[in-house]
Design a protein around this ligand. Sequence first.
Ligand SMILES: [Zn+2]
Length: 280
Amino acid sequence: MTIKFTWFGTASYILDLDGTRLLFDPFFYRNSLATPKLKTKKEQITNIEATFISHGHFDHVTDAGWFAENLNVPVYCSEVAKENMINWAEGKILEDETYLISNDGKDNIKPCEYFDKIQVSDNVEVELIKSEHIKFDFNTIASRLFSWKVWKQIGRISKYGKGFPMGNVFGFCTRYNGRSIVAFGSLWHEYEDILKKYENCDVFIAPLAGNSKKNIAKKGGKMVDILKPKIVIPVHWDNFFPPISRTEDLSPFFKYMEKNNPNIEIIVPEIDNEITWEFE
Ligand SMILES: [Zn+2]
């Protein structure tokens, strides 16, 4: 069987399981300063079976309602994330950003609970893992507050903050033919007992962002220690919305892995490029 992974920056990607295609945290609303550049447009995405949203923040839900409306696919998320998508589409967060979302589109957005299992097809199931959001550390907050560019845009940026409350935070365990892919939209390492349930997964999609590089290494490293995946794919480390994002330095994480988990393969994805695995 063939599993494919295509990253679009942030925690946004398509997982393709022998043709069953799942879209996670779609975010094509990168601004013009974002790096690396994303070539794929949301209009080019087709043949999606379902969409999954980890939490309600703007870099995870901004484009999700668009897929519910235009591709007529179910979008599984929290109650709060659903409200955020509809508020965004209806121009209640930024007046100059609207698109049509019909009642059918709204009905496609399905609020879920922790540990719900979504049967996407005969042999693809996605379990919603109970998780939390990373707590921004002093270094991360300070580096943003001291940025003049942030202050200049504070009006618009604070609207994103207020307009996209977080809601419940989900991780995902996608199961397919005995394989499992565990993914999170935010780096939360403290629910050890929960993480342990997904031990020995095949792939761990790790959101390495939101803290100092030292803390990213520590928290990400601890998740890897518990999950014991065969492969780690770091995501969310790109500079997706300057000036409120930055490119994360992953070298302390790589060092941690070399020392503690030398047998686990790390594949750093490139935006727009497909990664393919053949499994027995
Ligand atoms: Zn977030």
